[in-house]
Design a protein around this ligand. Structure first.
Ligand code: PMP
Length: 395
């Protein structure tokens, strides 16, 4: 078959290939980016499902508006207001996961050859999605405090990108969180250079002790002109359930209108049923209690993983313990005379019954071959201890 030229820009991710190996019985996987299903508020979701099907079955089982189910747009508007960001229900659309919001941004903004700046490393699916639209992707360096804003500004001036994509809070895979001061500078740079910044925020609510600084969207109220340069992607996947496939996009009016038009051709609208379930769930006042449990559980797992990693690998592995999210981002140092190649280590680890993801695919270019990502979200404390001990044996 003669497939479209655009497919030449992308390949199946190395991570997918790795996932094929994970079927092995008994393997402990830190590779996926899945929330722990044991933490889903099944009772609350069941109550919400029952309520929407008894009270209002017609509209929720019917076709609906591309922009989203109105009560949910209102619910998301309130949810964002509680996080310090004012947005009218008409200023957002509901998307089929935030992945679709990213796809719609790619579709509406990126022509073949356009430059896009992302963090190095960044969320792999965004690299793949933007490449499908022909983006030339440039990585900006990061540290534990998020993107290096001086370097980001230089890259923007040099490349005049179509957009900059950032995951400012508990990044995937980096776990890094952009400081308040850097957030303000990102907004100032966006205004000064007239650059669209896309803020992807699926993890901001998953903090351990302290909430991350306000989102770029919330801060945009204090930086004149910056709201016009900002798109925001939100999601219920990590706070409620990813299987519901409900996310949202907040963007300046013209971008939102074009994204809505593209969504019409793509899936007409996000499932009304799952949107209505989310909308009703938000009215049950259960989310805060659910999030308290998720935060405490992930905080404990991250603490246990940090200790176990230090015990098993010592100075052979360097990492900054994350303050939220779902991931450890680490680097093999080459200490103890060992190779610092994470892909080779990954193969040995799988042979020892434990899996993680080598970090290279998360870089758009110039990968750090010593880097790797471990998720602490899905396995319980006992399996984290056991899995990291196996990692020590594999080393
Ligand atoms: N952005 C980032 C940074 C992610 O890690 C993910 C999921 N792992 C998504 C977006 C997409 O999530 P969803 O489509 O489930 O909302």
């Amino acid at each position: 078959m003669q497939f479209a030229d655009r497919l030449q820009n992308v390949e199946t991710s190395a991570i997918r290939e790795l996932f094929k190996l994970l079927g092995k019985p008994g393997i402990i996987s830190f590779a996926g980016g899945f929330p722990d299903p044991g933490l889903f508020d099944v009772e609350g979701i069941a109550m919400a499902s029952q309520a929407v099907l008894s009270a209002n079955p017609g509209p929720v089982l019917q076709y609906g508006a591309t922009e989203g189910y109105q009560p949910l747009r209102e619910g998301i508007s309130d949810f964002m207001a509680a996080k310090g960001a004012e947005v009218e229900p008409s200023g957002l659309i509901v998307t089929t996961g935030s992945q679709q919001a990213l796809d719609l941004i790619g579709k509406t903004m990126i022509s073949p050859g356009d430059k896009v700046i992302v963090e190095a490393p960044t969320f792999l699916a965004t690299i793949q999605c933007f490449r499908l639209y022909g983006a030339h992707i440039i990585g900006a360096p990061i540290d534990a405090n998020g993107v290096d804003v001086d370097r980001l500004e230089q890259l923007i001036v040099e490349h005049k990108p179509k957009l900059v994509y950032l995951v400012p809070s508990f990044g995937n895979p980096s776990g890094a969180t952009l400081t308040l001061e850097r957030r303000k500078r990102v907004l100032e740079i966006a205004v000064r250079t007239g650059t669209l910044v896309v803020e992807d925020d699926p993890y901001g609510e998953l903090y351990f002790d302290q909430a991350p600084p306000p989102s770029l969207l919330a801060l945009s109220a204090h930086v004149p002109g910056s709201r016009d340069c900002l798109a925001y992607c939100g999601s219920f996947s990590k706070i409620l359930s990813p299987g519901l496939r409900v996310g949202w996009l907040i963007a300046p009016p013209q971008l939102l209108a074009n994204a809505t038009m593209c969504k019409q051709f793509s899936d007409a609208h996000t499932s009304n049923l799952t949107q209505a379930i989310c909308a009703h769930y938000l009215t049950l006042s259960r989310l805060d209690a659910t999030l308290d449990v998720v935060r405490a559980t992930y905080a404990e797992r991250a603490r246990v993983m940090a200790q176990a990693l230090t015990r098993a690998l010592g100075d052979a592995l360097a990492f900054d313990a994350p303050q939220g999210g779902m991931f450890f981002w680490a680097r093999l140092t080459g200490a103890q005379g060992q190779s610092a190649n994470a892909a080779e280590f990954s193969k040995r680890a799988i042979a020892h019954g434990v899996a993680f993801v080598p970090g290279a695919p998360f870089f758009a270019h110039d990968p750090d071959l010593s880097s790797l990502r471990l998720s602490f979200a899905t396995a319980d404390v006992a399996r984290i201890e056991e899995g990291i001990a196996r990692l020590g044996q594999a080393f």
